[in-house]
Design a protein around this ligand. Structure first.
Ligand code: FES
Ligand SMILES: [Fe+2]
Length: 358
């Protein structure tokens, strides 16, 4: 999954040193709105990494499915009668209708709602009703387009790349960070979704640094020992460290995995989040909050409210930034060696992926 030239490992290794040796700069403003850059990102970033799309609990029974459209690739994951999970692009091989049009549900057969073509659970074309005699009709070549599916801690991930590295390897140190800090058992509590008028990178940039905490998040600033906020990059992502003050209920471990997955794990709860592009200028945020048995509904709601308040503050500033990135005045600003090494690493990964595809 590393792009041509330097490996991702070489890239992460040099980030801090390069920031100490010279002033480094953010991505060009143009990259935050340009439709061509967005299309390159869809192909060279979102088609090549694992993408978190939902909960295994929603595909527990045979026939159950979930649909998603990460970076505007409509797809679905369904559990077949033999218990296996199968993932496909949600596109019929006849004239491109979606096969499944609900966010989730259950279906006995995979039948296209447009002209009724039917596919088997493994994606093979099974039935073409009332089509007529077409010579050399290539049934075997008209299976659904498959994608990779894997599950980690009850979370369904997909990868459009058939050559994807194993999910667990892709997660890297996130696996251990969650293992160390998450509650032993937690039930699904709540999903929240927000649409924000900014490029997905504007939101990831914001996630990747704690520099903005004192002015933008006064509540969070009260609870964190902000001076000790650290971002530790690993190959493909960043773990964040932010010691809490006193007894505030703040994260044990949190972090981000390129391109758009983030987690927040602490003894009293666990949440997953993604920052999913919906075009070059809009981002969907999806949060799933999990509640351990030991935490009351009231405390769960209070933690959730706290998290939403912080997110709302970020959702307020990011469209303001986006407007200026598109205004044609600013090009790129310098990044702080003390606070923005996570942003720089993210930008370098984007530069590698976009640069090698352009
Ligand atoms: S588009 Fe699916 S059957 Fe025609
Ligand atoms: Fe923030």
């Amino acid at each position: 999954m590393a792009s041509a030239g330097r490996s991702a490992n070489d890239l992460v290794g040099g980030i801090n040193e390069r920031m100490e040796a010279a002033t480094v700069w953010a991505l060009p403003a143009r990259w935050y709105a340009d439709p061509d850059i967005y299309q390159i990102e869809r192909r060279s970033i979102f088609s090549r990494h694992w993408l978190w799309i939902g909960r295994e609990g929603d595909v527990a029974e045979p026939g159950q499915y979930i649909t998603a459209a990460p970076a505007e690739f409509p797809l679905f994951v369904r559990r077949s009668e033999d218990g296996a999970l199968h993932g496909f692009h949600n596109v019929c091989r006849h004239r491109a209708s979606k096969l499944l049009t609900e966010p989730s549900g259950r279906c006995r057969t995979l039948e296209c709602p447009y002209h009724g073509w039917r596919y088997r659970s493994d994606g093979a074309l099974d039935h073409v009703p009332l089509f007529g005699e077409a010579p050399n009709f290539p049934t075997d070549e008209l299976s659904l387009f498959p994608i990779s599916v894997d599950v980690w801690r009850g979370q369904v991930f997909v990868c459009l790349d058939p050559e994807a590295q194993p999910l667990i390897k892709w997660l890297g140190p996130i696996e251990d960070a969650v293992e160390r800090t998450a509650p032993a058992r937690a039930d699904f509590g709540r999903r929240l979704e927000f649409l924000v008028d900014c490029n997905w990178k504007t939101y990831v940039d914001n996630y990747q640094e704690g520099y903005h905490i004192p002015p933008l998040h006064p509540g969070l600033h009260r609870d964190l020992d902000w001076k000790r906020y650290r971002v530790i990059n690993f190959e493909g992502g960043s773990l964040h460290e932010a010691p809490t003050k006193g007894s505030s209920n703040h994260p044990g471990a949190f972090g981000w995995r390129f391109p758009h997955f983030a987690f927040n794990s602490y003894p009293d709860g666990l949440s997953f989040m993604r920052m999913e592009p919906v075009g070059p200028r809009q981002t969907r945020l999806v949060y799933d909050y999990w509640r351990p048995d030991s935490v009351s509904m009231e405390d769960f709601e209070a933690t959730l409210e706290y998290g939403v308040q912080v997110s709302k503050e970020d959702q307020w500033i990011t469209p303001i930034i986006q407007e200026n990135l598109e205004a044609g005045v600013y090009d790129a600003g310098p990044l702080s060696p003390l606070h923005e090494n996570g942003v720089f690493y993210f930008h370098e990964m984007v530069r590698e992926a976009v640069g090698s595809a352009a």
